[in-house]
Design a protein around this ligand. Structure first.
Ligand SMILES: Nc1ncnc2c1ncn2[C@@H]1O[C@H](COP(=O)(O)OP(=O)(O)OP(=O)(O)O)[C@@H](O)[C@H]1O
Ligand SMILES: [Mg+2]
Length: 329
């Protein structure tokens, strides 16, 4: 048996034990592998389970990391979003039907559609055609933030700024080695001014997904929702948005003219803004947090080229492109 087969076999074993807790007969389902990840410290498998009676479910088992606290918190985050959006079938995330903290396994509803990343890839050369799908994503975010909003407060950039400053200090002292340290420094330099502009701006605090990239948003027709929650916390809404916008900007900008504040093509940010109901190009907190996000992602990559995986190499090239655009803005 290959390691891959073993992963499938042990996932199916935990499905067989867990399904009855959701009132399901495990033998009445056919499994199809949707996704697996096998990176150092990150191992999981996602199966689509189709039942004879028309049930369409997802079974996910996390093998690594074995962090029960984090795993349970993420499920709480998903349940909070489900409760908040219960009366909004267009945006409600998938319900969790059963869970097993021993094997870090869950059974949840299958969400039909494609990930936002797949939609973007399909429209790679057609920036205009991306508007509709980005509007839907923006509409989802407006619903998610609206349903979980806890009020407004003045933005305080200190925590993020301290964090990035500490990265800079560690780089200077030789404790942290960065890829392309010169470009990193140029982008980091502009951060203080961006922080000053953002400080004190009113921001809305709402539920934070915690890992909002374009593979965790699923869009189909008018329906758009989030999967794979990472936590159960609240934060200014710009944190999740910056994660999404940097992810989109780095992957899908091509040669399109960049929007000045966050490196995304202007038309893409306009579509997202349109869906969200607010002009995000004027959001100083978002601009600041997008810069922070690029620097954070950058610092997490191995400095030496030979130690970077193909994926990490590609990621660095994307971040360098985004940094160049942001530094020129
Ligand atoms: N409930 C669901 N409905 C439909 N598709 C799903 C569902 N859950 C997961 N998927 C599919 O499986 C993929 C991986 O799932 P998920 O994001 O939970 O895994 P992950 O390994 O934790 O991802 P990440 O890369 O964000 O760490 C998703 O991008 C999506 O295509
Ligand atoms: Mg995911």
């Amino acid at each position: 048996m290959t390691p891959g087969d073993r992963m499938m076999a042990s996932a199916l074993g935990s499905w067989t034990r867990l399904a009855p807790f959701a009132g399901l007969d495990p033998a009445a389902f056919e499994a199809e592998e949707l996704w697996r990840r096998e990176d150092p410290g990150q191992v999981r498998i996602v199966l689509r389970m189709r039942g004879g009676a028309g049930q369409d479910l997802v079974f996910k088992r996390v093998f690594q990391p074995q962090d029960r606290g984090r795993w349970a918190e993420a499920l709480d985050g998903q349940r909070r979003a489900v409760r908040a959006l219960m009366r909004d079938p267009v945006h409600v995330p998938p319900a969790i039907l059963a869970e097993d903290a021993e094997t870090l396994s869950t059974v949840q509803d299958f969400v039909p559609g494609r990930t936002l990343q797949d939609h973007m890839l399909l429209r790679f050369d057609k920036p205009g055609a991306r508007a509709q799908v980005l509007q839907r994503a923006g509409r989802f975010l407006a619903a998610f933030h609206g349903a979980t909003a806890e009020g407004d407060k003045p933005f305080n950039p200190a925590t993020m700024l301290d964090y990035i400053r500490a990265l800079g200090r560690r780089a200077l002292s030789g404790d942290l080695t960065l890829a392309d340290p010169d470009l990193f420094a140029v982008l980091a330099e502009g951060l203080e001014a961006a922080a000053q502009t953002a400080a004190g701006q009113p921001v809305r605090v709402a539920a934070q997904h915690g890992d909002l990239h374009a593979r965790n948003l699923i869009v189909s027709g008018k329906r758009a929702t989030l999967i794979d929650f990472a936590q159960d916390r609240s934060a200014p809404v710009q944190y999740d948005m910056a994660r999404l916008i940097v992810d989109l900007g780095a992957r899908f900008s091509g040669d399109a003219a960049p929007e000045a504040t966050c490196g995304l093509p202007a038309a893409d940010l306009a579509a997202l803004s349109d869906g969200y109901g607010r002009d995000l190009s004027q959001d100083a907190c978002l601009a600041f947090l997008c810069r922070c996000r690029v620097l954070q992602d950058w610092a997490a990559l191995p400095a030496v080229a030979s130690q970077r995986s193909a994926f990490q190499q590609e990621r660095l090239l994307q971040l360098q492109k985004t940094a160049t655009r942001l530094a020129a803005a």
